[in-house]
Structure formats: structure tokens, C-alpha cells
Design a protein around this ligand. Sequence first.
Ligand code: G3P
Ligand code: MG
Length: 242
Amino acid sequence: MARYPLSPWIAHRGGGCLAPENTLEGFRLAARLGFQAVEFDVMLTRDQVPILIHDETLERTTDGRGGVAERDWDELADLDAGRWLHRSWSGARIPRLTDVLALCTDLGLGVNVEIKPAAGHDEATGRLVAEGVAAAWPATLPLVVSSFSEAALAAARDAVPEQPRALLVEAIPGDFGARLARLDCAFLHARAVDLTVTATQELAAAGVPLAAYTVNSPEVAARCFALGVVALFTDRLDCLGP
Ligand code: G3P
Ligand code: MG
């Protein structure tokens, strides 16, 4: 079985629910709380800059409006990406992938870079994120690149074949073996609440390490670890984790 490179607790979207998601403030907080790995979402701006944001639109997590893929980076750089959570986070900005990789390198954090393409931008996002990570990430720190988008993962595979990759799914699909082989993914990331004994046993028999999202209670965490899950994504940095 391939060894899963990230530690068993992964801070979801940086600071989970304790800090604005996908911001430098969140990564600093995760490191301060003892997390050794973080997950974040990467999308392209119109001018092809990989930035950290979860939604295809700006409204939920910034004071901007409209589609991320319809704006250039210089239109997004000064948006407030913290105030939506609480006014005390005002001034947090949307970071670029390069900003976050530099910070996580300084903090010694392992990273799960989730490729999150806006609709219709799967291939470009997969390729540019893989290339951006390859150019900036030190070989000494743990890394997994993942996506729900198989087109994005295929583009990432073609761009940087040797990068460790995970296919992201909700329930574990019956044809996981064929999909992982096609995308040259060593790992599967699946939704914790959908895990079944049968599917996790099949995965273990096939030698595929499994990580599960998003686990915010000790009971679900215990069930996942009992099923053989090797790492959990959590928002609850206040009560779960290392
Ligand atoms: O990568 C695990 C998890 O982040 C996937 O779901 O929607 O939070 O990006 P989402
Ligand atoms: Mg994510």
C-alpha cells in the first residue's frame, strides 16, 4: 500500500470554523494549534492566477460580487475575505496559491491542494495548479493534490505525473480501482458520512489509503479510524485534532 503522506488530522480550508476559510490567517492558526497539515481550495481567476477560494462566486466569503473566473487577480486582491465570518477578521485577503505555499513552507505544514475548477475550466485549472505547486513546493514537505474533477486530475497528471494525487468523491464508487488507475491517483478522499464497512474493506484490500471529510465530532472520527481511514479533514480545530 502506498504510504499516505499527510498527518492524521488535516485542518479543513485552513482554519476550519475558527478563522475565515482559505486565508493566510487560517493557516497560521492551524499551525499554532499544532496541526501538521492543512487543506485548501484553488481556482483560477480570469487571467489564470491560481487563488484560494471555495465558491465560484465571491459573495459568500468576500465583499466582492460575481464570478471568480470573470475577474482578474488585480480586481480581487484587495477584497475583504474575513469580515463575512466576523468583523474581527476584517482585512484578511484572498491569497494566491504562491502566497500560501510560501507560508506553509515557512510553517512546516503539509498541504492538501484541492483543485476546485470553476465550471468549464477543469483542464486549465488542473494543469496550472499542478505546475504552480511543482514550482514552489519543497520536496521535503508532505503534499497531496486532489479534486472532484476527473478532467482536472487528468490535466494535473499530464502536467506533473510524479505529484501525489487523490480522487475526491462522496460515496466510494464501485469502480474506484479503474478510476484511480486511469488518473494515476494513489489515494481516495471520500465523505465520512457515506463510508460503509464493505466499501472501506474493498479499498483496504486494494491497498488504497483513504482520507475522509469533513469530520466534526469525536464519534464520527472514532468510526472513521475504526474503518481504517488514515486521515480526517476537520473544521473543529477547537476540539478535534492532534
Ligand atoms: O477536500 C476535502 C473537502 O474540502 C471537499 O469538500 O466542498 O469542502 O471542498 P469541500
Ligand atoms: Mg476543499
